[in-house]
Write a protein that binds this ligand. Structure first.
Ligand SMILES: NC(=O)C1=CN([C@@H]2O[C@H](COP(=O)(O)OP(=O)(O)OC[C@H]3O[C@@H](n4cnc5c(N)ncnc54)[C@H](O)[C@@H]3O)[C@@H](O)[C@H]2O)C=CC1
Ligand SMILES: [Mg+2]
Length: 389
């Protein structure tokens, strides 16, 4: 909804608690005088009365959306109300419901009414909807939830037998996220990885680790509380560093035996407790390939759902040109080597996860993986100027 539409609907003045809007004519003039673009999607504001005039501040769509999600996480009643007009992504044993068209997958959403009908049809209690977790909302504040139809269900044996009937009813299939991830658009991929990570965390944190009592999820699923001792548990991610090492002209790529055949990636490793990101990078590079990092530069980060939730922290690092002899730690890696700029640029151009490279050439992680971004950055700008490690 755009600014102008919103004001036209609300006539002259004020409404909605602290989201008070002021006289349309005044605001329109004021905004025009101040050079605001009325077509911007700013449509919500906060106003307060100062002496004889109103002060107001428009909030961006992003800010109002963020505040709305915060409210839903904090207030169970507001969250329950949001389910009435919300939409649900469905999972079965952590596999999302997807519909396939050509090479692409799409994630359908269902209304509360459709979900209630589905559960009733398959003999499940509609109370189960309270197991759903909040994963986001649209710009119009339609809240999005995810529900696993099998996890934590008292009738889980029954439900798993009904999987194919459910798929027929829902006109889709419950597909392993690892298989589908790279054929989803970025928005669906991000929502589904968040949803899966959150559903998995709830499934694994049903009991308090101190009292052994069942913990209780809040409506949004942003935490669990032990009713007996009030300990609050929040969903966790493990920090992982991923580093593309360069010697100035070549970059170092490696593979684990668990990787798909022919795929090489940057070096990755979990941070140890008490370590900074910089220390973790130095240790992992030394541990895995026997090299000492000289400089490093942060690039970007990414949530990664496999095998459990990780926060991938991506960096570029360099080693001294004269100290490039690799000693592969075979307990961690199957192979590692230096690759020239041309070799990597060619692999990047040809990279296609559906038709993995033939005739012995190597291939790189797909676009959605942060390893791919890191490698692409290096190919585009091999001589960035990192900081001392
Ligand atoms: N998104 C991306 O582009 C990429 C993501 N990754 C992810 O990075 C992660 C870490 O890479 P690895 O080389 O496997 O790590 P790693 O080099 O630390 O080795 C894994 C080993 O570390 C130990 N470990 C320590 N803390 C752990 C924890 N919190 N969880 C699990 N194991 C722990 C275990 O013994 C495990 O076998 C992997 O889960 C992988 O999925 C890896 C490459 C690319
Ligand atoms: Mg590793």
């Amino acid at each position: 909804m755009e600014l102008l539409d919103f004001y036209c609907q609300c006539e002259n003045v004020l409404f909605m608690g602290n989201k008070i809007l002021i006289d349309i004519q005044f605001k329109r003039n004021h905004l025009l005088q101040n050079g605001f673009d009325l077509t911007m999607s700013l449509y919500c504001g906060i106003a307060c009365r100062r002496k004889s005039f109103w002060c107001f501040r428009l909030l961006s769509t992003y800010v109002t959306k963020t505040r709305y999600l915060f409210e839903l996480k904090e207030d169970d009643d507001a969250c329950k109300k949001a389910q009435q007009t919300g939409a649900f992504y469905l999972f079965h044993s952590l596999a999302p419901l997807l519909q396939k068209s050509g090479h692409q997958y799409q994630a359908p959403r269902h209304s509360l009414l459709e979900l209630e009908r589905l559960l009733a049809k398959f003999g499940q209690d509609t109370q189960r909807i309270e197991d759903s977790v909040l994963i986001g909302c649209s710009e119009q504040h339609e809240a999005w939830f995810a529900l696993d139809l099998v996890l934590n269900s008292s009738s889980s044996i029954n439900a798993s037998l009904q999987k194919s009937e459910m798929e027929t009813e829902l006109k889709g299939s419950f597909t392993k996220l690892r298989k589908a991830l790279f054929q989803l658009n970025t928005k669906d991929a991000s929502l589904l990885t968040t949803a899966q990570a959150l559903l998995r965390w709830h499934d694994a944190h049903q009991f308090c680790s101190r009292s052994g009592q069942p913990t209780k999820k809040n409506m949004a699923g942003s935490k669990r509380v032990c009713p007996s001792n009030k300990i609050i548990y929040y969903p966790q991610m493990a920090p992982v560093v991923i580093t593309l090492v360069s010697d100035g002209t070549r970059c170092l790529l490696a593979r684990q035996s668990s990787f798909p055949k022919g795929m090489y990636s940057a070096l990755a490793g979990f941070c140890d407790i008490g370590e900074s990101m910089e220390e973790a990078v130095r240790r992992e590079v030394a541990e895995e390939v026997g090299l000492e990092v000289e400089t490093l530069q942060y690039s970007a980060s990414q949530h990664w759902p496999f095998p459990n939730s990780s926060l991938m922290i991506a960096c570029h690092a360099t080693v001294k040109p004269g100290q490039t002899e690799i000693q592969v730690n075979l307990k961690e890696l199957e192979a590692a080597g230096w690759f020239s700029h041309d070799e990597v640029a060619t692999a990047l151009r040809k990279n296609n996860p559906y038709t993995q490279q033939q005739n012995g050439t190597f291939w790189l992680p797909p676009k959605l993986a942060i390893a791919h971004q890191l490698i692409k950055e290096w190919v585009e700008k091999p001589s960035c100027s990192p900081l001392p490690a």
